[in-house]
Write a protein that binds this ligand. Structure first.
Ligand code: GLN
Length: 279
């Protein structure tokens, strides 16, 4: 018979041989998931024995993690902006960096006006849901090309009971009418094709359409910035997330497209991460 303590120890040792930074936390999360218990139980009753079915499930989850599959896909969820999001292999795993995009949007746009804001390439819906949750008076439009991702976003919007979020299948702004939006936000793909990071860690398992965007990583941002001025009414606002070394070219693209008051904001680690501008 295996106790909680033994199972935890074995799982942690197995994970410690991988590149993970947090074998202990991951072992606890996998055990909770496999055994259907919470972390309080682990702490309070380490001597409790596990059912054979629970240990078998734990072993299966551990095997997946040992192949490098992201924790978020194994658990089927990830927290973003303090909300729980269902995630799966069809969507990018929401990153803490992207909370900056939400934070800026909340700070810049009026909370009281019934603004219409589109989130392009919404993926799991994390950004659109966070904004819809914070600003019940706004109307959010989450646009996504992948049907798999759209289904995940719809489930998240439903679970969070967001009736001010509408999801649309579409290719960036192609299906959006002229002068119909007050704001556009996006965390598009921005990694350069062939970047070695695409073959490391979680990124190996995430959809490449959500990550890679051409030789300089700017293909998607070029399209978005090019289309945005037509869809925005004045004064309209655009905010795009980008790579740490893309601040300068992205500011250039916004300038070329006629945006004003262009600014780049840094993320928690001090990297240029989100560039915004007004029409
Ligand atoms: N910031 C992500 C990463 O490099 C990339 C996300 C994206 O392309 N939108 O892990």
């Amino acid at each position: 018979m295996t106790t909680i303590r033994q199972a935890l120890h074995e799982t942690r040792c197995a994970l410690a041989s991988t590149s993970t930074n947090s074998p202990r936390l991951e072992a606890e999360l996998l055990l909770c998931e496999a055994a259907g218990i919470d972390r309080t139980t682990i702490i309070a009753w380490p001597e409790r024995t596990l059912e054979p079915a629970q240990t078998a499930r734990l072993r299966a989850l551990l095997e997946r993690r040992l192949t490098g599959e992201p924790m978020a896909y194994i658990l089927g969820r990830r927290e973003f902006w303090g909300l729980a999001f269902g995630v799966g292999p069809g969507v990018l795993i929401p990153r803490p960096d992207t909370e900056l995009l939400v934070e800026l949007t909340l700070a810049v746009l009026s909370a009281d006006l019934p603004l219409v804001c589109a989130d392009l390439g919404t993926g799991s819906g994390a950004v659109a849901c966070a904004l819809a949750h914070e600003r019940r008076r706004w109307r959010l439009i989450g646009i996504e090309r992948s049907p798999d991702a759209l289904a995940i976003a719809a489930a998240n919007a439903e679970r969070l009971q967001l009736d001010n979020l509408h999801l649309l299948r579409g290719d960036w702004l192609a299906a959006i009418a002229r002068n119909s939006l007050d704001a556009i936000v996006a965390n598009p793909p921005y990694v350069c094709d062939g970047d070695p990071h695409l073959r490391q860690g979680d990124l190996r398992f995430e959809p490449s359409a959500a990550l890679a965007a051409g030789h300089d990583g700017l293909d998607a941002i070029r399209i978005i910035v090019g289309q945005a001025p037509l869809c925005l009414r004045r004064p309209g606002w655009l905010a795009v997330e980008h790579g740490w070394d893309q601040g300068e070219p992205v500011r250039g693209l916004l300038e070329q497209a006629g945006f004003e008051q262009i600014r780049t904001h840094r993320d928690l680690t001090g990297h240029e991460r989100v560039t915004c501008g007004f029409t």
